[in-house]
Write a protein that binds this ligand. Sequence first.
Ligand SMILES: [Zn+2]
Length: 294
Amino acid sequence: MLNSRLLLMPELPEVETVRLQLLYKVRGKIIKNVVVFHKKTVAHDPTFSQKLAGLSIANIDRIGKLLIVHFADSTHHLLAHLKMTGQFLFVDSTGISGGGHTMSTTDTTLPNKHTRVAFQFTDGSTLYFNDMRLFGYTKLATLEEVEKARAHFGPEPIAENFDIEIFAKQAKKRNAPIKAILLDQTFIAGLGNIYVDETLFRAGVRPISKGSSLSTPRLRSIARHARDVLSEAIAVGGTTFQHFTDTGGEAGNFTDYLRVFGKQRTPCQVCGTTIIKIRCAGRGTHYCPKCQKP
Ligand SMILES: [Zn+2]
């Protein structure tokens, strides 16, 4: 089991897991009242609560790691970013559920000292946004602002319309290390440090290899593995996701499937060669020197 401190920053699979779970819980609910416990979390908008009161949640969308709540018959949209330590916790008569940042000593009494905003619904249930370190936020936005945020992100490998051929063609034009290319959210969105390392291991490609030096079949293979790694991580709830119940937490378990990330100085599961850790694209990078070819 990996040390959870290695995995603090939620990546796309964790945020997608939070999105799916929240959607299931809050779609169709009408906001009765919004209690702001910390002004910074609502981007200093004094009308935040006022604008949201009475709105009905129509859908929850996601751009990269940014969650977007859409409301029925409203020009307002709510952006939410968990950053390092954000959590959404939903409470109704059946208990507490939710996800985001893993906290081993989470106080399940809500609200608590980390609660920043509470969205109270007309049916008596409440959605709490907790954030220990205050980097996360919830913010009102117009449709234009949502579209502007979307423009900063490239296509996601898990999107239905993701085009492997375009990815391979564009990556081939780049002289940066493939690790840096995959981390560039404007080029391909959704892969963070953990999933890039796992993708490149599965594709058998060394992280420092330049995009321009890789063959088209190898680049296609990287794209396919990126899609699979993210889909599998979402299927098991990500690596840092934690599901809370009133009886205690249960961590997401993609950590059990990691083959190189955090495995430095241990034998490769495929060939037995020791996994090494280097710095590449400014990030700790793990790979098998035998399975992953330049
Ligand atoms: Zn190996």
